[in-house]
Structure formats: structure tokens, C-alpha cells
Design a protein around this ligand. Sequence first.
Ligand SMILES: O=P(O)(O)O[C@@H]1C[C@H](O)[C@@H](CO)O1
Ligand SMILES: Nc1nc2[nH]cnc2c(=O)[nH]1
Length: 314
Amino acid sequence: MFSPVSPCTWLYSSFPGSLHTPETECYCCSFDDYKLTTEWLLNQTNHRPKVAVICGSGLGLLADGATNKQTFRYQDIPNFPVSTVPGHEGCLVFGKIEDTSCVFMKGHFHLYEGYSLCQVTFPVRIFKLMGVESVLVTNASGGICPDFKVGDIMIIKDHINLPGFAGQHPLCGPNDERFGIRFPCMSDAYSKDLRTLALDVGSELGCSHFLRSGVYCMVSGPNFETIAEARMLLTLGCDSVGMSMVPEVTVAKHSGLRVLGLTLITNKVSLDYSREEKVNHDEVLEICKMRAELLQKLVTTLIGRCQLQSINRH
Ligand SMILES: O=P(O)(O)O[C@@H]1C[C@H](O)[C@@H](CO)O1
Ligand SMILES: Nc1nc2[nH]cnc2c(=O)[nH]1
């Protein structure tokens, strides 16, 4: 019925009525496009998720703690992009953590794959229309802060949207007021309540010694940083750097969703020309594998606790 869609053909083939045409160069999806996918999913599942978990590189295991699971491959969901990066399984899993209905994205999308930011953030608006209230975004990143160690988990308190400075911003284009306002405030993108809860839960689970808090910077990738770029990011006040998360967080915040961002420090970013180690994606996946079980415990405990504390409810 629906064919899988790749980064380059996706918008033209799936959205004949969309605003993105070669003439306009405007990368937007129409409200009807979001509605179609939402209705398709609501017809396929009885789950009505309140929490969405976006799993970054190698972190798909976060869904394993859920019960009553129902899985859809991205390629079978109308209008959904497909994952092209190793470590991103490419499926949507509905399930329950204790009494909370959740949806997990096992794999997400990146600018460097050739997707537009409208495609990268497409699932977030689907979650909003499905009734999700809180989004927990995870990914892998390199540690800039000299104190950070490989395997640390950083609770994101703020971000720098570097692609956004250059006009690569998911909210560019006509604003649809049904999602949010034209000029959203981003000074409180990451919920303080959820950050505090994450710290509390982390301490209960005995992982305070590698739980950090800091500023995350998004770059487009796909190359890892040069030394000069890494030094610039340190000067700008960044604690870690990665290639995802910020577009999803921005769109989630725009539509009034509560956001928690957790980034796993998979490597230390080189700030020194004499450093011999070279970062690579296999190393990133290896560290994700090492920390996946603990992150899963953190995420499932957090979600259970959210429900108890009614943080999901407005
Ligand atoms: O999907 P995330 O942001 O977790 O993946 C990170 C950034 C790149 O996609 C990749 C680099 O190894 O890992
Ligand atoms: N940009 C960037 N992304 C990453 N993802 C995981 N590690 C890194 C890193 O060092 N730099």
C-alpha cells in the first residue's frame, strides 16, 4: 500500500500537495500529511501514548523494558522516513511502562542523511497529534567539557542550535498555529521538573557519579569535529557535541510538549593536536552498548515516576 521512502525522494513522492517544490525550496509538510499518518497509527494500535522516547544511536534497547509491545517498521508507516544509519533499527514500538502508555522510536533521523528538518522532526508532530505530553530524547555525543568521562550521561539543561544559526531550522517556513506560535520561547526548552526527577532517579540508582548536567551543541555532521572546531565549541560554553536532538526538541517545545534530553558521552572530543586517538562510529556504538542497560533502567524508572508525580499531566 505504502512504499518505503528514502531521504531524497520522500517529500516529492509522498506529499504531492506539500509546500516543498523545486520552485519554492520550502521544506514543509501540510497538516493533512501529519493527520494522515496519525490516523493510520491510531487505527493500527489501541495504545494511546502519553510519553514518547526517541532513541539515538545504539540506544534502541531502551524500548525493551516496555510490556504489551506492538511494533511498526518505519517503511510500513505512511509518510515516515526510514533509518539509514547503523545502530538505528528503524521501528516504532508502542508499549507500557507500568501504567504509562509509551511510544519508542528505535532510531531517528539526521540532517547528514539528506533529510530535511521537516522530515527529521516529522515523528514529533505525529506524537503531539496522538496525545503525547512528554518527550524523552536520547542520543550519543562527544564530551567537550574536560571533566567529562566516556560513559557519562549528561542531562541536557540547554542547547546551542548551530545549524539554526545558518538557517537550517525546523520551524523555518510558514507557521502552522495548530502546532504552536510563530516565535516560540526556547529559554526553558528542557523541563526543570523532569531534569530534577532525572537527577533524583539517577541518585537512587547509584549513578550520580556519572550523571552530569550541561549544554549540548548540535552540528550537522557527518564528520566529527576538527580540533579548531572543538576548541571553538569549548569557548562557546558547550559541554558536549552531537549530530541530532535539537530539531526534535525545538519542534516538541514549539508544540507545548514537555522535554527531557539525555546524551551519552561516547568519546572525548580532541582539543589537543598531540592527541593520538581518533573517534569513529563503531566506538560510539560500543559505548552505547555498554551503557544501554543502565540507561534503560534510568528511563523506565523515570517514566514510572513521572506518572506517580503527575508530571505528565498539565
Ligand atoms: O543518533 P545519534 O545522534 O545518537 O548518533 C550519533 C551522532 C551520529 O549520528 C553518530 C556518530 O557516531 O552517532
Ligand atoms: N559531532 C559529534 N557527534 C558525536 N556523536 C558521538 N560522538 C560525537 C562527537 O564527538 N562529535
